[in-house]
Design a protein around this ligand. Sequence first.
Ligand SMILES: [Zn+2]
Length: 341
Amino acid sequence: MEIVVVKESTYMHKPTVEHPENPRRIVKIKSALASHDLKYVEVSIEKVDIEEAIKISSKIHRKKYVDYIMELSSKTPTFIDEDTYMSENSLKLALATMYLSYTYALSNGHVFLVSRPPGHHVGLNGRAMGASTQGFCIFNNAAAAVQGFMDNGLRKILVLDFDAHHGNGTMEIFYRERILQIDLHQDPDTLYPHTGYPDEIGEGEGYGYKLNIILTPGSGDDVFVELLNNMVEVAKKYAPEALVVSAGFDAFENDGLADLNLTEKSYYSLGALIRELNTPAVVILEGGYGVGLQRGVVAFSKGLMGVKEEYPVLTETPSTQYRRIIDIARRVIEKTSRFIS
Ligand SMILES: [Zn+2]
């Protein structure tokens, strides 16, 4: 697994007002990786074929939405909605990040792509599943990676989304397809985009292939690691040919935008699980606005790379919640597992 950092993401797509999704996020990740001797390569978007990228974007989004974004890009600085800004080079960086996600998948890559803007909230037409905004996202990078694997002839693709927010855009795009999607996120009653309830399990061909696993605010490492252990069984039963990961680091404690309390233990376990699945994998940075961008990314990368570390469980979930969360997850798995093959 290689960590790839997109150079331009440290300075392009810049908000004109104070905004949590800004280039400093990537600067922080780079310095955290460097200070832990975790090697990464830097790539530039200069060589990305923008015309080709526009074509790919129309495979995952409706043309009308793509046209709308193109049109907006001539009016920058502007906002797509109250949460999602567009600056001078936003279109370029967003298109390139999406396109790189696609091409790494198309070539059976093993990469952790560190770039911006995130993508998992943007659906077929922009706002997904009735959400109020696109939550900082312009094009769906994870969906582009799924498309890349499909264009490469693969069918059994597992999408794992562990951002604190539900990946409503990706879920919407593949809701009726037989692509296994496991999304662990904070209880939608308590957080944007307010979708991703356990009873949303897909439709049509996709019925039973969507697992929404919820965490109540305050959940810690103990419950998260237990959920992951349950997920391993599901993932192994499905036997994926490829993996797309929406890697958000906003479930880390003190993120500021979410209310979960995960620490290194959970992120290391996630990295190790992805490594254990041992398939082509495109891992894409989604959210993360606090210290998770440093401590979470480092622990996750160590897990991905197979660096031996013993992280203790630092945060525990109140026992009444613990039981409830595990019970709900088990019911989801029970309900869906007879469909998954
Ligand atoms: Zn998020």
